[in-house]
Design a protein around this ligand. Structure first.
Ligand code: SF4
Length: 191
């Protein structure tokens, strides 16, 4: 099991198109009410990972047209602020994630937001493989970096260790450096 997947590794080498779980109308995976998709497969092997079962690229069930339609239908609810992509590692499952993000943008434009949790850092993704850069460009918020158990702090909002950051992706891409995200609504909460 690799502990050091490279940013240049394309998702198609690894992803089996599986998802570990899908949870609509949750309050714990970002700002506001969200629909959360957990993709399967991660190569970071962080010590203390919260969800080791999702390291397998064959954990769960294959992503399907039916699930994609269900996610879009759930996102249409007025109370839902957006989509959250978690894992596993979304950037080693870009086929699934890009499919949903592109459909979200076609359907809802920028009226719904997209959050994503990744073991890669913003800097790694910005210089990564074309599929990684494409997914990064589709995000609003990135929670980045490996989970480091020696830096664990369960009081942090949205992240598990102090090295991880909550970043505004459009602002970071425009500035060419990591720019912290600021709450857009009165929804600041703990992780
Ligand atoms: S990147 Fe996330 S899912 Fe992957 S091993 Fe680390 S904590 Fe677990």
């Amino acid at each position: 099991m690799s502990r050091d997947p490279q940013p240049g590794w394309r998702s198609e080498r690894f992803s089996q198109g599986y998802v570990a779980d899908y949870k609509p109308f949750v309050f714990v995976d970002g700002e506001g009410v969200r629909c959360s998709l957990y993709v399967s497969g991660c190569l970071f092997a962080c010590e203390g990972c919260f969800n080791e079962a999702t390291w397998s690229f064959r954990y769960g069930t294959p992503f399907s047209d039916e699930l994609e339609d269900r996610v879009l239908a759930d996102l249409a609810h007025g109370s839902v602020q957006g989509l959250s992509l978690l894992g596993g590692e979304p950037f080693l499952n870009t086929e699934v994630c890009l499919r949903v993000v592109r459909r979200l943008r076609e359907t809802f434009g920028r009226t719904k937001d997209v959050w994503c949790w990744s073991g890669y850092t913003f800097e790694e993704l910005r210089g990564g493989s074309p599929d990684k850069r494409a997914l990064l460009a589709g995000l609003d918020v990135l929670v980045d970096g490996r989970f480091e158990i020696s830096r664990r702090d369960l009081s942090l909002p949205f992240r598990g260790s102090t090295n991880q950051r909550v970043l505004s992706v459009p602002a970071s891409l425009a500035a060419g450096r990591a720019v912290p995200w600021s709450p857009t609504r009165a929804a600041s909460r703990g992780a």
